[in-house]
Design a protein around this ligand. Structure first.
Ligand SMILES: C[S@@+](CC[C@H](N)C(=O)[O-])C[C@H]1O[C@@H](n2cnc3c(N)ncnc32)[C@H](O)[C@@H]1O
Length: 279
């Protein structure tokens, strides 16, 4: 971002001992650090990507946060989607500028942010959340970001259905996605993308079964493992610990037809014969 930083912009501040924090700029405010104070006014009005000094003269890096940074620093009442999953979901739902996407539940707004940044400036995210206190926090989390203009916030249990029609994609991050596939189907355009994230294989099986029963096609189940490395050139090796499990990702497409031959498990000929012999 080469434009000057303005009120409401998020800034990533990194101390010389590599501690990071995220602040949202406000006129007249100060950041209190263990090395002294940085006035927000010292950050406003000039592009980020530079060094600023505390009142004690200690240098801090002031950077524009990436979307992954913003996700990690979101205030949360719920589990939020991890950046590795969010990025892949954006690609699998084929989201880009101008697309229209529904998501539920809003939670803390993590995926809402990732989607809004993908479809900005002329696409739209319609986000549904049953619990008003969750959505209130998500709205606050994203309030000052440019992308806020392309988000519509609904406080509603999705059991009651979605207001929008002919959307390009629907993503569900709720406990029982299989219960809402009729509502998803009503909202999706022909050929539209469906996705869901669930933490257990039991839930995966229920979602996949329901997708086949309703005639969704191109059903896939995937999981992403991300391994970080210690960036030390002479001793380059993985970090000792990793987040081993976040969630399973299920994707499918809707072509407007129950009982289509493209739906259901696709077994290779030998596996299909064995399955037929067993039944
Ligand atoms: C795991 S959180 C979603 C996190 C979100 N994707 C994020 O990245 O911040 C699940 C949310 O779904 C909401 N939820 C669960 N069932 C729902 C339903 N039937 N309708 C609307 N929201 C629902 C919950 O209240 C909760 O806030």
């Amino acid at each position: 971002m080469s434009r000057p930083a303005r009120v409401g912009d998020p800034v990533l501040l990194i101390s010389p001992d590599r501690k990071t924090r995220l602040v949202y700029l406000e006129e007249g405010k100060q950041v209190q650090t263990h090395h002294g104070v940085i006035p927000h006014d010292a950050l406003l009005g000039a592009p980020l990507g530079r060094v600023v000094h505390t009142h004690k003269g200690i240098p801090y890096l002031a950077l524009e946060p990436s979307t992954a940074d913003l996700l990690q620093y979101l205030k949360r009442r719920t589990q939020i989607v991890f950046p590795k999953d969010a990025a892949y979901i954006v690609m699998r739902l084929n989201l880009y500028a101008g697309r229209r996407v529904i998501e539920a539940g809003t939670g803390s707004g993590g995926l809402t942010l990732a989607f809004a940044r993908a479809v900005y400036p002329d696409g739209h995210v319609y986000t549904y959340e049953a619990r008003p206190e969750h959505q209130a926090l998500a709205r606050k989390n994203l309030a000052t970001l440019d992308v806020n203009a392309c988000i519509t916030w609904h406080v509603r249990d999705i059991q009651e259905g979605f207001e929008e029609r002919d959307v390009d994609a629907v993503f569900l991050d709720v406990r029982t996605p299989w219960e809402y596939l009729a509502q998803v189907r009503d909202a999706l355009t022909m050929g539209g993308h469906f996705g869901a994230l669930v933490p257990t294989t039991n839930q995966v099986a229920q979602v996949v079964d329901a997708l086949y029963k309703m005639g969704f096609v191109m059903v896939t189940v995937e999981e992403l493992l991300l391994r970080a490395y210690k960036p030390v050139p002479e001793r380059l090796r993985p970090e000792d610990r990793m987040v081993a499990h976040t969630g399973y990702l299920i994707f499918a497409r809707w072509v407007g037809e129950e009982g289509t031959p493209w739906s259901g498990p696709h077994l290779r000929p030998v596996a299909a014969r064995k399955a037929a012999e067993r039944s």
